[in-house]
Write a protein that binds this ligand. Structure first.
Ligand code: HEC
Length: 149
């Protein structure tokens, strides 16, 4: 294998944000395991159960369960929660009041936080990264969402 090709392959592997093929399995799940699992993992209540008593679960540092692709995508494009992921993870550069979403800080420390945010953005799609409320979502907004499995 040529040196150039090796370098290119290494670059592509270490910088997934460069490629268009961001997938849940390859790129998002490892970040989720590291940063989100402890509060959204299998010991957390499913969404319906969580919604019956959110305050109680919050006190326990438990958010709604998101431990599969389907459970994760629910917070991206389901009618009940479309856009929640984007609103919660934004660093404040797209929100109306300039404040970051309250899950942004869980994306990691310093540079890792920025890189992980970029990863989520690329995964969902740059033009699908909007701060609309769920009720304001249109069919067109939903169609822009990539979020590949
Ligand atoms: C320390 C615990 C903790 C960590 C770590 C954490 N979360 Fe959360 N998360 C919560 C709690 C508690 C809630 C529910 C309270 C609220 O809505 O703020 C929540 C709510 C959310 C919601 C909104 C759910 C809804 O009902 O609309 C999303 C989306 C979310 N988290 C994504 C993430 C992602 C992605 C990560 C990892 C980068 C993460 N969270 C890491 C505790 C956590």
């Amino acid at each position: 294998m040529s040196k150039l090709l090796t370098v290119l392959l290494l670059l592509a592997a270490s910088w997934p944000a460069l490629s268009d093929e961001i997938t849940y399995a390859k790129h998002i799940r490892p970040v989720w395991d590291e940063q989100c699992e402890r509060c959204h993992g299998s010991s957390s209540p499913d969404y319906a159960t969580f919604m019956k008593n959110p305050k109680q679960y919050e006190l326990d540092d438990k958010g709604p369960r998101m431990d599969s692709y389907a459970a994760m995508v629910f917070f991206i494009k389901a009618p009940e929660e479309a856009g929640a992921m984007m609103r919660r993870l934004d660093d404040g550069s797209n929100t109306k009041d300039g404040q970051p979403g309250n899950m942004y800080r869980h994306l990691g420390r310093k540079d890792a936080r920025k890189e992980n945010l970029e990863l989520f953005k690329k995964w969902i799609g740059e033009d699908a990264w909007i701060m609309k409320k769920t009720a304001e979502y249109t069919q067109e907004d939903l169609q822009r969402i990539k979020a590949k499995e």
